[in-house]
Design a protein around this ligand. Structure first.
Ligand SMILES: [Zn+2]
Ligand SMILES: [Zn+2]
Length: 232
């Protein structure tokens, strides 16, 4: 409330280009920078969507080694530039109003036909600290726009995990192992599911979630994220 009031009095500057930005929908990111958010069109793994250096789309080493439980995973763009800024403003600066235009960005992708949309959950304690789950907000707007039911009380995070940032691929997988659980199983048994995350980096989190969902009887699982970070 106070923020909105202050924004109206003192127009913000766009954190990407530093020009003044008063646009209410994507503020503080200006319309020009918002338009610079474009889909990734380079080579990627056909299964998990990870951007590849190779000149054609193939199956990445990780997917060959250990096939994910989901059918397909994909993300809109690369975790860089205005998209990265927008995600971070939503996630760490609590600029919730960005979740609507960001969900519209995801909807520019081809969305598989599914029975239910589920967000990647946060652990209770984190949810209290952060006040909201950014992936759940994205999933909520998407569900509303395309008329699919949002299921938030099924896939849950059952233990806290260290932030994935700064961990190696192997450490990330280990970090999220057995971190998710299922309640109200009937909500997903025999159903096709779309799992929503904000950023996929190594894919460890969505792999783990998909495994748990599959084990609980979910039929086909698809994963969509806003952005793909690069593995290192
Ligand atoms: Zn700008
Ligand atoms: Zn892959």
């Amino acid at each position: 409330m106070l923020n909105q009031f202050l924004n109206a009095l003192f127009p913000e500057s766009c954190p990407v280009c530093r020009e003044p930005s008063t646009d209410h929908k994507t503020a503080p990111i200006c319309p020009e920078c918002w338009r610079s958010i474009q889909p990734y069109s380079g080579p990627q793994c056909w299964k998990c969507g990870v951007p590849l250096v190779s000149d054609k789309s193939i199956t990445c080493g990780e997917c060959i080694k250990d096939e994910p439980a989901y059918k397909l995973a994909g993300s809109f763009g690369l975790y860089e530039g205005a998209l990265r800024k927008a995600i971070n403003l939503l996630k760490y600066q609590n600029i919730k109003r960005l979740s609507k235009p960001l969900s519209d960005i995801i909807l520019r992708m081809q969305i598989p036909r599914v029975d239910a949309i589920l967000p990647v959950p946060l652990y209770k304690k984190r949810l209290r600290q952060r006040e909201f789950n950014q992936s759940a907000l994205l999933a909520k707007y998407m569900a509303k726009s395309i008329g699919i039911s949002l299921v938030i009380d099924c896939l849950i995070k059952i233990r806290d995990t260290a932030p994935q940032v700064g961990l190696s691929s192997g450490e990330r997988h280990k970090n999220v192992r057995k971190a998710f659980g299922i309640q109200n199983k009937r909500l997903i048994t025999g159903k096709s599911i779309l799992l929503i995350d904000d950023v996929i980096t190594t894919g460890a989190t969505v792999r783990e979630c998909s495994g748990v969902l599959k084990k609980a009887g979910a039929e086909d699982i698809y994963v969509i994220a806003l952005a793909h970070g690069t593995r290192n």
